[in-house]
Write a protein that binds this ligand. Structure first.
Ligand SMILES: O=C(O)CCC(=O)C(=O)O
Ligand SMILES: [Fe+2]
Length: 304
């Protein structure tokens, strides 16, 4: 079993209807799919891999090897380390401090983020169409008033999962569903480790060179009133290979009000309808409960 692989360029031709249907099924049944022919130039993707690898070597590796976590793994016996992730992370946003020691890193990542944001908005438009919502609905919902701070958040998390001397003892990233909207992941060509939970089984998200993996977060689940469920996923650590993953998150503004789209709620039906809340309130709950089931999070914001 493998997650769906979809040719995004076919949306523009005679296969449009078929491609829309493939994406609809992927959203409804998987919550994860891989895009080929997504329009991001290979040349840019190659550069992202190059500068990210250099960035890790130049600015991160030494620290990771000497980190508390690395020491902890060496010092403890056979017991599993429960509340940690074998992952090196930095997050790039429009406002954050970016690494500056690696030549070309800032320029390349800026260009990449700009392309990815456009792709995210195209993917959201496909979801609008498949859900029977007006074009631009999801983008508008995530952008709040669109003024000042009240615009959608676009963040890019550059992660490395370094070789782990004892992969049975620690996961790369513990199982979770993503809090936000649409996530676009550029993962390592060769080193695997990402898995999703499907029908009670963990299955690999197979590395496929220069594809972009799309998945939907908790806010798409709410907005679609449960049609598109966020999917549990995790990253296993591996003994050899340093896995790169660059995950970009298109999330609502913290001030945006998120609710199921009226078109997707049966009239007068309360039972089974998702809550309405301010995204910032959801995030306050999420940071405490990221690695736990999502239902109590929905209940907590419903009660606010
Ligand atoms: O590194 C990956 O492949 C997945 C990362 C992820 O799930 C996350 O950052 O939420
Ligand atoms: Fe995730």
């Amino acid at each position: 079993m493998a997650i769906p692989v979809i040719d995004f360029s076919k949306l523009n031709g005679q296969d449009r209807t078929k491609t829309l249907a493939q994406i609809a099924i992927a959203c409804e049944e998987w919550g994860f799919f891989q895009l080929v022919n997504h329009g991001i130039a290979e040349e840019v993707l190659e550069r992202v891999k190059k500068v990210s690898a250099e960035f890790y070597k130049v600015e991160r590796e030494e620290n990771f090897k000497n980190s508390e976590l690395a020491n902890l793994l060496n010092e403890t016996g056979d017991e599993k380390l429960e509340n940690v992730d074998w992952e090196d992370v930095i997050t790039l946003t429009d406002d954050s401090q970016w690494p500056f020691k690696t030549p070309g890193f800032q320029e390349t990542m800026k260009e990449y983020r700009c392309e990815l944001k456009k792709l995210a908005e195209k993917v959201m438009e496909v979801m609008d169409e498949n859900l029977g919502l007006p074009k631009g609905y999801i983008k508008k919902a995530f952008n709040g008033t669109g003024e000042g701070e009240n615009t959608a958040f676009f963040g890019t998390k550059v992660s490395h999962y370094p070789p782990c001397p004892n992969p049975e003892k620690v996961t790369g990233l513990r199982a979770h569903t993503d809090a936000g909207g649409v996530i676009l992941l550029f993962q390592d060509d060769e080193v695997g480790g990402l898995q999703i939970l499907k029908d009670g089984q963990w299955i690999d998200v197979q590395p496929l060179k220069n594809t972009i993996v799309i998945n939907t977060g908790d806010q798409i689940e709410v907005l679609s009133n449960g049609r598109y469920k966020s999917t549990w996923h995790r990253v296993l650590s591996t003994a050899d290979g340093n896995r790169l993953s660059v995950a970009s998150f298109y999330n609502p503004s913290l001030e945006a009000t998120i609710a199921p789209a009226a078109q997707l709620v049966e009239k007068g039906r309360k039972e089974g309808t998702y809550p309405k809340f301010v995204f910032g309130d959801y995030m306050s709950v999420y940071v405490q409960q990221k690695f736990m089931p999502k239902e109590p999070r929905f209940q907590a914001v419903r009660a606010m």
